[in-house]
Ligand binder design. Sequence first.
Ligand code: C2O
Length: 342
Amino acid sequence: HVILAPNLSSCHKSLSDAGRPVYCCPPKPESLEPIIDFKFPDISEPIKVRKPAHMVDADYIAKYNKAITIMISLPYDDPRNFMRQANMHCIYCTGAYNQQNSNSLLKIHRSWMFFPWHRMIIYFHERILGSLIGDENFALPFWNWDSPEGMFIPDMYLYGSMVDTQRDSSHLPPRVADLYYDYHERGLGTVDQISTNLAFMYNQMVSGAKKTELFMGCPYKAGKKGFCDGPGTIERAPHNALHSWVGSNLNPEREDMGAFYSAARDPIFYAHHANIDRLWNVWNELRGDKTTIEDPDWLDTTFYIHNEKSQLVRIKIRDVVDSSKLKYAYENVENVWLNARP
Ligand code: C2O
């Protein structure tokens, strides 16, 4: 019985969202590396608490800057290198791998792989950053764009190694984010944009997400016949919308953030996805036990990602379904949109 997993020796040139050729494969085929099975972090490990990016202090920002600077300076041969990390996203998002036992491409967007795959990638990214500065407590920040104070590009991304020059300069603060941006400027004032954003969040999290598939995305299975294209509410927007909104209007695909192949070159990518990851938990809490996907095809879907020791890890969706086993947590914030039922 075939499960969805990449064929590691199949990495090949792939296509950007607009159909331009891109190449993001590792310098040496990963199929030559030894593979270890994922293990949960040790029970004695401290819980890393992810905080809203607009509320972190100067010490934290300095630490994070230092970690990113080291990450950027590692040779490209090192899987912990910043560009290698960004290219992992490119590989899995543009379909640079074929599936195992099939020549179908493996793409992790627009289906039920979206939440778990991104949870994995930022989990390892966070642990690599922490290990580069010897800080077991290091946690990624989350871009709290669903709260009124967080609906701006957080200041910490405007300085030092957090800067990406490939952003839309008209969307830098004090411009409020448009959570359902569709490549056109909506032209709303700050107050109106914030209140429509909150109503939109209510729809994506509550009224429009009452069935598991509506929130999680369609059930993508192995092989050609298993293909599906149906992103969940949050993936469509704010997720996709904010990718485009942040990326530069001067680039053909609004790179960096605006295109899958380049999105993870912007450090804000990880905070964006930390918030998505947090909202997955929030939705689970809101829905209670009605959310569990028991399909083994989903639970056993397998990926390979490098850990903080540069070991290639075989990890399954079932390993990340319960984030509390992964030794990170989110600082409690008020989900203001819960009271914004339109
Ligand atoms: Cu894999 Cu936010 O995209």
